[in-house]
Design a protein around this ligand. Structure first.
Ligand SMILES: [Zn+2]
Length: 282
């Protein structure tokens, strides 16, 4: 779960380090003296943002400079952030799906389901999607997999769009901060610091929340499908130390197809899950 969020954070971190270097060290928005202090940042990333160079920017034309900076940022988002996952595949979601499936099988066995004992466990990251045939299978075709490929594709797609939404919002915010700073004639250090607030702060936080939520959502979707394929009609909502948003649901039993809000996660950072209701297999 952590790896996905960490990777996204690292990518935004690399973009931020490069913008700071470009603005402060290369003085791309500094036509006056360019004596910004040199900063070096350790990049906790397996990817490096493109270099920003002073020649591309002219301080006397803030609109053109902003536009070029935004072009640069968009390229970094494409190559760095969105590239963490593919539109039609997502290794982190795949892993969450198999984790959710294995978790569900454990819950089924604990609930006394004899069928669950005969099902082979899903290898981590084992989902291979056959897009043409609309089947979700593992590399070994003998595995009993309840997930439909269309469901898996939907999850991949949803994830990609959410991440696109994060980068689009970050771009809007960067554009606002940058143009306001340039128009106000702020010094490059100040502008770079404000941009850090967006790229290192908001962007990282939002991408972390998104990644965690999507992992949890995939995990629970997979578990739900597994339960349904074993004939589970009612489920109980689980959650330790529930927050006020989850509290009304935790410990309650619902029909599997009629869970409030479709079931947990109910909100960002929610760790609620579902399990077969008591008495399902007895
Ligand atoms: Zn909650």
């Amino acid at each position: 779960m952590r790896e996905y969020a960490q990777k996204l954070r690292g990518r935004f971190g690399a973009i931020n380090a490069e913008q700071r270097r470009g603005i402060v060290e290369h003085g791309i928005f500094d036509s006056v003296d360019g004596t910004g202090s040199v900063r070096t940042e350790q990049l906790a990333s397996d990817w490096r943002a493109d270099e920003l160079t002073a020649e591309e920017f002219q301080f006397d034309d803030p609109a053109a400079a902003t536009e070029r900076f935004m072009d640069w940022l968009e390229r970094q988002h494409e190559a760095g952030v969105l590239d963490v996952i593919e539109r039609n595949d997502n290794v982190y979601i795949r892993r969450a799906l198999s984790d959710g499936d294995r978790w569900a099988l454990t819950k089924l066995r604990q609930a006394g389901d004899q069928v669950a004992r005969t099902v082979e466990r899903v290898p981590p990251g084992g989902y291979q999607i056959n897009v043409q045939a609309d089947t979700a299978r593992f590399a070994q075709p003998s595995f009993n997999v309840p997930l439909r490929a269309s469901t898996v594709r939907l999850l991949f797609n949803r994830n990609y769009r959410l991440l696109e939404g994060v980068t689009a919002d970050v771009e809007k915010e960067v554009q606002r901060v940058l143009s306001e700073g340039l128009v106000a004639g702020e010094n490059p250090n100040t502008i770079a610091r404000s941009l850090s607030g967006v790229l290192n702060g908001e962007a990282k936080n939002r991408s972390t929340l998104t990644a965690r939520h999507e992992i949890m959502y995939a995990h629970n979707t997979s578990a739900k499908e597994r339960f349904k394929s074993h004939g589970v009609a009612d489920v109980v909502v689980l959650g330790s130390d529930p927050c006020p948003q989850c509290e009304p649901y935790v410990g309650e039993t619902y029909p599997i197809d009629d869970l409030p809000q479709g079931g947990p996660p109910f909100h960002p950072q929610c760790v609620g899950t579902i399990a077969p209701a008591a008495g399902t297999f007895t």
